[in-house]
Write a protein that binds this ligand. Sequence first.
Ligand SMILES: *[C@@H]1O[C@H](CO)[C@@H](O)[C@H](O)[C@H]1NC(C)=O
Ligand SMILES: *[C@@H]1O[C@H](CO)[C@@H](O)[C@H](O)[C@H]1NC(C)=O
Length: 693
Amino acid sequence: RVEKQTKDSVTFSWSFGRYQLRVWHSPFRLEILCEQEVMCTFMELNNQGTECTLNFILRATCCAPSGPSSIGADLCLHGFRHVYGLPQHADNLQLRDTRDGEPYRLYNLDVFAYPLYSRLGLYGSVPLMVAHKPDRTLGVFWLNASETFINIQYSDHQTLFYCSLNGVHSNFSPSMLRYQALPPLFALGYHQCRWNYIDEADVKSVDAGFDRHSIPYDVIWLDIEHTDGKRYFTWDPVHFPEPAKLQQHLEKKNRKLVIISDPHIKVDPSWSLYCEARDRGHFVKDREGQIFKGSCWPGESSYLDFSSSATRAWYSRCFGLDKYKGSTPSLFVWNDMNEPSVFSGPELTMPKDAVHCGAWEHRDLHNLYGFYQHMATVEGLITRSGGLERPFVLSRSFFAGSQRLGAVWTGDNVANWEYLKISVPMVLSLSLAGIAFCGADVGGFIQDPEPELLVRWYQAAALQPFFRGHSANVTNRREPWLFGDEVTAAIRTVIHQRYSLLPYWYTLFHQAHTSALPPLRLVLLNFPSFYVGGALLACPVTEPGIQEIKVLLPGSDEIWYDIHSALVYKGGRTLSLPVTLDTVSLDDNFTIPARWLGSLQISRKFPNCNLLSPQGTADGELYLDDGHSFRYRDRKVFCLRRFSMLSGRLLCRPASEEGTFDCNTVIQSVTILGVKSKPSAVIVHASGKEIWH
Ligand SMILES: *[C@@H]1O[C@H](CO)[C@@H](O)[C@H](O)[C@H]1NC(C)=O
Ligand SMILES: *[C@@H]1O[C@H](CO)[C@@H](O)[C@H](O)[C@H]1NC(C)=O
């Protein structure tokens, strides 16, 4: 409502006057206030340094057909000294002052072995910046899918955020920025990928290897070579003659197959899928109005125009079980090369003057191209199941809102320690920007990791949401059991620990789904530590030859437990923990804060249950459902339990009135930490089977 009007300004307010927007007429500027304090001022471009008595301007230049155009603004953030976000960059978590070099660029590009500590654009973009100071956090979301440059200047009295953009537009609205999709449970397990598992026998032998070495995993992946000549939706007739049988073989063990499906379509007039797309006008055009052609894996290719809803609907139908021969309901999908990657194009992507449906130029929606393919694929999998089953689709390219579709990863990284180290700020930055289901290729995609690096990478990645081992075609084979017993044992331990924490991960994803809080959270000023949910503090080892790791435990009044030894530590101090290769991550690198009631572990595979209590109080949630369908949403078939510990009494009760899921879960053991003296009695209250004393 309009709160105040003077001859110079109008003030609007909301939330009972807590927040205000003040618009000044001359010079024109916008101020955002919280509790009467100015947080942020929008002002004229190129006015940085003059302390916020500035304007907001919009510049646009046009030439035929629509030509380059730009829009820009300066933004002054008052009193903020730390800004984060704007993924994807292979850089520090905190955004740096750009006066010493290039601005941050948001322009989705395929960059093989991307350079580190760079502000160059990578595979995906989220134009969301988050500023933080002790009592406030502020987000700036710039909803524009064109190439974007951001300059940042820190100064003594303010942080000035200068943003200039080139290009235009999409029909994307903030209401689309809803919460993280709830993934099927299997997607939170371990994924094994390689470019390429050669044939069906190879896939079966890798699958059997996991069983032989008692290493759990849920999904095996096939890269481009599984197709007939890089024609997606087909199978190589020699190496994959019976793909449905292969999927049934895996499905018997409850395992899934993921195959790659890229946005480029081989120009091949003898291939019906190509002809259909061409004849129905589903390809992007060049500026002369001809179908755009560029080169990619299959050679000469055309690119589907996913910005068109008709193209998306057509593409979705290609995943139908009747249409996609050799596919079964246990096949899921991976969208790669969707920046889009065009080997013959400028910067390996599509020319900006290529033309999409509605006469939009590519420059206007470049950063949304991959998002739209991801959307079409997700729709395809949902439709395939008659709307019953949750999809799983991984995409390399993304935009704000991609979290509603599925998972993303950090692209073509390299097998060295620096890339392991950078994976942490990269996934944290994605999490902060709402893309919660993310990870980096374990071991590094390019080149061969030394065994110590491989183990450390498994340990770090087991604590990140999307957990996949992947490697390029020219690397040595890298299945976990190929490096000797010590390495196999270390990797086995960490994958087991991932599985024993699966109920915790699943509950965190349910929280992300309902409240948008990401599973990975920052421990400010305490890199490389991060929180996994509210309970776990993780500090991965990202350097070779380490014998000891120092971890700063946050919060001087917090109590922390070592997850393995149950040793108690007070927060606000730095711990030195010994590190060896075989006493891996969860033992050495983690503690659990007492305020959460525990890694309640009721796993499919490793049933046990730890409830952790500090000074007698603790609190936590557990979410369960069938793990794969939409029945949790459509018919409320889920179970959300709240556990609370108070005055020596542990209570387990429904945290939601709605859920009707009978999970048949048996709690096998309960571990309570932090008890000062030996209990004189332990009473289990049987009625309703819900209370323990
Ligand atoms: C994106 O920026 C361009 C100017 O470069 C502007 O014309 C367009 O309206 C912007 N798009 C949106 C959705 O604001
Ligand atoms: C890996 O793939 C690239 C691209 O298709 C190809 O040029 C190269 O020969 C392949 N190498 C091997 C060892 O398969």
